[in-house]
Every structure is written in C-alpha cells, then in structure tokens.
Design a protein around this ligand. Structure first.
Ligand code: GLU
Length: 452
C-alpha cells in the first residue's frame, strides 16, 4: 500500500522551525516511500486562526519547495463531516451530550485544585436522558473504564496508557466545531493516513485519538513523534536563540535547500554527512534514523550549512534568486562563481558583487587617501601594459600579473591592494586575477584612470 502522510499546521501564527521540520520529515518520507503528502489546515480554533497566518504558511511551504500532493484541506470547511461522525458515536452510545455549563465546570475545576486533585470531568451527563431543551451542549466521548490503550511509536516503542487516566473529553464544542483531537483523528481516518509524523508535544493526544479510531473500527496509523528542537540552553526554542520565522531566514539570505538540509539533519542522521542536496535527502531519508533525544538549534551551524549550500548552488539559480542588476562589461558567470566562494548568505553574495552594479564606485575618502603617488605610478604602468595584452583566460592574467611584479621588483600587496580597492571599492571582493577577468578592459581602464 502506498504511504499517505499529512502536514497539519494550525494557522495561529507564522511557521516556527519545529513545524517546518515536521513538514520536512513528512515531505521527505513521502518522497522516499513514493507516497503522498496531504496538506491540512487545522483551523477549528476560531479565536486563534487567521487567514493571514494561513497564507503565510502556504507561501513559506511553497518558497521552501515542499510540494504537497493533496490539499490544502481546510477543517473549517469540513465541519459537517465531523458532526456526522459525532452523530454516529452518539447513536451508538459511544458519545454523549453534556449540558454542564462553563460556570459549573469552572467550579468543579476550582474544587479539584483546592483538594490538590487532577481535574477530570465527573461524567455528570454520561448516562442521563433528561436532556434540557434550548440549552447549549458539548459532545463528549465516553472513555471506557479499565482499558489499556497501547500503540507503537517508531522511535519510542510500545506506549501504554490506562484509560482511567483520561476523562470524557470533548469532541464537539458548543459552537458545533470539533476539538483538535476529534477533527485530527477523523481526518486521518477519512484521508487514509498511513503514517502520522508529528512533534513529541502531541504524544499526550495520541491515546485519545486511538480511542476515536477504535470506536469507529478504523485502522490505526503508524506513529512517529519527533523530538523537540531546543535552544543551546536546553529551553524551548524562541527568537532569543536566533530562531526566526522562515520569512526572516529568507530575508537573511538563506537558501530554501539550506533550511531543509539543516532542519532535516537536526534529529536525522545519515552517516557523518552534513551537506545534502534535496535529491540526496529524498533518496536517503528514513524514520529509523531519527534521533529521539531533543535536537539543539545552533545558528552558527545553520549559517555554515547555508554557506556550503551557496558554494554548491548552480550559478544560474543564484543569478535568478538575487535578481541583481549587472552593468555592461561584466563576466556575470565568473562574478557569481567567485562571489559565492566568499559568501555565507545571499546578502553577502550581493555585497561581494556590488562592484558589478554601478560604473562609479563609492570609495570612502580614507581609502582613497591611502593610495599614494608611488602607487599611482605603479598603477599607471600596470594599466598601460595590461591594456596591450589579449588574455584568453585567467591563467594568462595570473602569469602576466606575476611577471609584472617580478619585472618591477614589487610585492603582491604593492599592486594587488590598491588595484583591488579602486576596481571594487571593497576588501571583501574576489581575488585580483578573478577581478581582472570579471571586469571588461574598458571598465578596468575607466576605474584605474579615475585615480591617476
Ligand atoms: N495542528 C497541529 C499543530 O499545528 C498538528 C497536529 C497533528 O499533526 O496531529 O501542532
């Protein structure tokens, strides 16, 4: 049977790194097993769900290149489905209408707190038939007594919970909307999900969902509860740890593949390999290689992965991404090829390339003053002989440059330093031979002459 997995975000904010990693694991698993990824928006919490957040989630997934095969399904558009299932459970006596008011529940909770007991709804309406008219009600699940609920988790093995620890939880709220546990279980049944891969924070929900599957005689999917991502100080990951939203990482110049690579590798291992192409991840991902201890987010390592991915990235792809305006007379491919060696992110890539953007460079006065008369004489001489040659490649430029130094009894820095400054205006630029090949002779002559 083909695998079917789902990513089921709640649109209550932007995608945080933990959720993105869950999406990535589901995506890679679906690819690796030739299965389908279903996107489901869990928007039944009317107070907290927003369409803005939903749009942001979709656009982040698209930008990352996480393609889904079905959906997005919106739970808010499937209310009737959940109500139908709730009615089946009601008619089979597996659920019941509960008319306890919120005030009554609050009082019971207060009392439990006073007595230092764990609150459990005391089943007031479980067996009553004297239902009032025109009164709000919720639908509760009839949790069976003295049952062991067990399930197997890929990473944690067999997990057993006593049903007596659970109360008669709500499946349909008084506004007719389902609760998360009910909608999620029903959708997993309806959507024929074979594998549920989600955060460890949902581990406590799984027994309730198993009760729902069982009550409907539905097949239970395989569960994998993935460890949480923590900051270096072992606390819950937040902005404090540099864990920005995906949009922020995008504007910080991270590549989609770097994000997928770093997050996938957080908790998943494949030998000692750290840098993966998307194809390699899709081919080698396996749930068995997931680590069950918490993963630690490390911005430095993330940046390192990004700089490696930038070095590996195709030049044309980077050209498209940076959307950079090159002036005439630039060997664009070589410019990008050289700049990516010096860049840890796309912002830096653009900075390194800034000498290719305008004919006139902005060079600060102090740097200009550092070019003395002696430098100018050398520069003039260099330019004159440089302009006479027809270079076929960079090796010829290098030979020419070295010979010039030798013949004029100069050290590398005597010429390379001022030349680099007036040709690029920056210290963080490609090597001098590359610069001399990237810029046309006309541009080189123009820039040098301005300083003579
Ligand atoms: N909507 C849940 C969340 O955003 C996901 C639940 C699940 O994967 O079962 O955490």
């Amino acid at each position: 049977m083909n695998t079917r997995v789902r990513f089921a975000p709640s649109p209550t904010g932007s995608l945080h790194l933990g959720s993105v990693r869950t999406a990535i694991f589901n995506y890679l698993f679906s690819k690796q097993t030739n299965g389908s990824l279903i996107l489901r928006i869990e928007d039944t919490d009317k107070g907290r769900s927003t369409s803005h957040s939903q749009e942001e989630i979709l656009s982040s997934l698209k930008w990352l290149g996480i393609q889904w095969n079905e959906g997005p399904y919106l739970q808010s558009e499937r209310i009737e489905i959940y109500q139908n299932y709730a009615n089946i459970l009601l008619s089979e006596g597996k659920a019941y209408k509960c008319f306890s008011s919120q005030e009554e529940i609050n009082r019971i909770k207060e009392q439990a707190k006073k007595e230092k007991k764990i609150y459990k709804y005391p089943r007031i309406w479980r067996d009553r038939k004297d239902h009032p008219q025109n009164k709000d009600f919720v639908i509760r699940f009839k949790t069976p007594d003295n049952k062991i609920i067990d399930f197997k988790d890929t990473l944690r093995g067999k997990i057993e919970i006593e049903s007596n620890n659970l109360d008669d939880f709500i499946i349909i709220k008084s506004d007719g909307f389902p609760t998360y546990n009910f909608a999620s279980a029903i959708d997993d049944i309806e959507m024929k999900i074979t594998n549920v891969i989600r955060g460890e924070d949902h581990l406590s929900n799984t027994p309730k969902q198993i009760l729902i599957y069982n009550s409907l005689n539905a097949k239970i999917p395989d569960f994998t509860h993935v460890s949480m991502i923590l900051g270096k100080d072992k606390t819950k990951l937040s902005k404090r740890h540099g864990a920005e939203s995906i949009d922020n990482f995008k504007s910080m110049g991270f590549l989609p593949v770097s994000i997928i690579n770093y997050l996938a590798r957080l908790g998943w291992s494949f030998g000692d390999q750290e840098i993966f192409s998307l194809n390699e991840m899709e081919a080698n991902f396996s749930l068995d290689n997931l680590n069950k201890s918490p993963a630690i987010f490390d911005l430095e390592k993330f940046t390192w992965v990004n700089s490696n991915q930038i070095k590996k990235a195709d030049t044309n792809y980077l050209k498209e991404l940076i959307n950079f305006k090159f002036i005439e007379g630039i060997d664009i491919d070589l410019a990008i090829l050289s700049a990516k060696e010096k860049s840890k992110d796309l912002i830096q890539l653009k900075e390194v390339l800034s000498f290719c953007e305008t004919k006139e460079l902005n060079i600060d006065d102090k740097s200009i003053e550092s070019i003395n008369d002696c430098d100018k004489k050398i520069l003039e001489k260099f330019l004159n002989s440089f302009m006479d040659y027809n270079f076929k490649n960079m090796d010829e430029i290098e030979d020419f440059f070295k010979n010039f130094l030798l013949n004029n009894n100069l050290k590398m820095k005597n010429l390379a330093f001022p030349l680099r400054l007036i040709l690029t205006g920056s210290k963080n630029s490609p090597g001098i031979y590359q610069i001399l090949k990237i810029l046309s002779k006309e541009l080189i002559s123009y820039r040098v002459k301005r300083f003579l």
